[in-house]
Design a protein around this ligand. Structure first.
Ligand SMILES: *Cc1c(COP(=O)(O)O)cnc(C)c1O
Length: 460
């Protein structure tokens, strides 16, 4: 260590006092933690002054890079006014302005913004709104209180969000806490549950979804899904038209469509929201991660006017949506979120993303033929590289081999920070990443995959 005096107490205190998310702490305590002190653009800088490319956008939140002057300024300007006041019975200018802007850019038909703090709460809000909506809007439609979701879905870590999710490793232990749901196989073409091939299959995986809707729509409040990309599942990209079909079925069977755009929102897929690739308007839409450009925890659930109106009535009709959080509509978060959207306009971020998407696809192409790359999936600037032990049989690496983790470690040595999703390497660069940085990221990643998967000695 170069400067132990400055860093040593932090390492010791981290090991002594902290509990990190999704982390085996026994292992963590044996390792030298990477402590990030600063950031600039696509780079993170640790306490030793080492620079790393931020290959995850700090887990899918960062949009315009770190320390963007406009975002920094939006925060300090708002600080000169007030940091926080409650949204219960009061309002504030940045939250009002942001709601108007969000409705401007959202899929047409979404008309109301309900704020919360993170992706999971935005989902909880959507689930509760859906259930209460049916009670008040169409009490005779049936006890519409359950949800249909895709297997391998990830909607967050709070108990309601886990109930509609299905990542076995994360969720199995909490089964006793979860409410019952209906599930169908996702459109995971590389491992098609029906053993069919797209497009010859004509999306046969929709049929079980339709059958369930047909049989059970009277008890269903909503269908929830991550439009276009099931992110945490391993960046599973849905075939074009899948979302449109689900939308049509929800309408046909009188069930709400809840779109979880927490990962896909704010330009990540090349449109502001993934639903807009197919011109789909969900009934409820959850947004969070990229909402503040990666600066502050903030989220929202957007609803149609029809849903909103079902909650109107005299006070003693008890139709109020009784839900809220201490930091709802936080002015700092909303101010920086407004600046985030302003940068989208000023810097033509979506145009940049589309160019970078093409470049990224080109850069990744040579990797697709590596011996242990099973499938390369890309939607905008979200990439999943599924590593397999055997390409011909598509045999997965056993999870305990931690192949993704090893690739991530090799990337770190090369100066790129990554976080794998099991055997899937996820590359999610900030939208502002320059062509040069993108090229560098892919080069480091390519080298790391080759080194880890083709070094037979280390794999035997
Ligand atoms: C990250 C994520 C969530 C949960 O968001 P948090 O802010 O981590 O609670 C929900 N849905 C999707 C699709 C996500 O990627």
């Amino acid at each position: 260590m170069n400067r132990p005096s400055k860093r040593l107490p932090l390492v010791a205190w981290d090991h002594a006092y902290l509990w990190h998310p999704f982390t085996q702490m026994q292992e963590w305590e044996q390792e030298e933690p990477l402590i990030i002190q600063k950031g600039k653009g696509s780079y993170l800088i640790d306490t030793e002054g080492r620079k790393y490319l931020d290959g995850t956008s700090s887990i899918w939140v960062n949009i315009h890079g770190h320390r963007h002057p406009r975002l920094d300024r939006a925060l300090t300007t708002q600080l000169g006014q007030i940091a926080h006041s409650t949204f219960l019975g009061l309002s504030n200018p940045p939250a009002i302005r942001l709601a108007r802007e969000l409705i401007r850019i959202a899929p047409k038909g979404l008309q109301r913004v309900f704020y919360s703090d993170n992706g999971s709460t935005a989902i909880e809000v959507a689930l509760k709104m859906a259930v209460q909506y049916w009670q008040q809007r169409q009490p005779t439609a049936g006890p519409k209180h359950s949800f249909l979701h895709l297997k391998l879905a990830y909607h967050g870590d709070t108990v309601g969000a886990v109930s509609v999710g299905n990542i076995e490793l994360f969720h199995a232990r909490f089964k006793s806490l979860l409410f019952p749901t209906l599930q169908v196989d996702p459109p995971y073409c590389y491992r098609c549950p029906l053993s069919l091939t797209y497009p010859a299959c004509r999306m046969a995986c929709i049929d079980p979804l339709e059958s369930l809707l047909q049989a059970r729509h009277r008890e269903l409040a909503g269908v929830i899904l991550e439009p276009l990309v099931q992110a945490a599942a391993g960046m599973l990209t849905a075939p074009p038209g899948y979302l449109t079909r689900v939308r049509a079925l929800c309408t046909k069977y009188n069930v709400l469509l809840i779109a979880d755009e927490v990962a896909t929102g704010f330009g990540r897929t090349g449109k502001m929201f993934a639903c807009q690739h197919e011109g789909v308007t969900p009934d409820l839409m959850a947004i969070s991660k990229g909402m503040t450009g990666g600066y502050m925890p903030l989220a929202a659930t957007l609803a149609t006017e029809d849903i909103y109106r079902a909650f109107l009535g005299r006070y003693d009709e008890w139709k109020t949506f009784f839900h809220g959080h201490s930091y709802t509509g936080n002015p700092l978060g909303c101010a920086v979120a407004l600046a985030n959207l302003e940068i989208f306009r000023r810097e033509k971020t979506l145009t940049h993303v589309r160019k970078q998407t093409t470049l990224l696809a080109r850069l990744l192409r040579p990797m697709a033929s590596l011996r242990h790359v099973g499938e390369m999936r890309q939607c905008g600037l979200m990439v999943g590289i599924e590593l397999v032990q055997d390409r011909t049989t598509r045999t997965s690496y056993p999870l305990e081999m931690r192949i993704g983790h090893r690739v991530a470690q090799a990337c770190r040595k090369g100066g790129l920070l990554m976080r794998p999703l099991g055997n899937v390497i996820a590359l999610v660069p900030p939208l502002s990443t320059s062509p040069r940085e993108l090229t560098k990221m892919v080069a480091i990643l390519h080298r790391a995959i080759v080194d880890v998967t083709e070094d037979s000695a280390s794999l035997s």
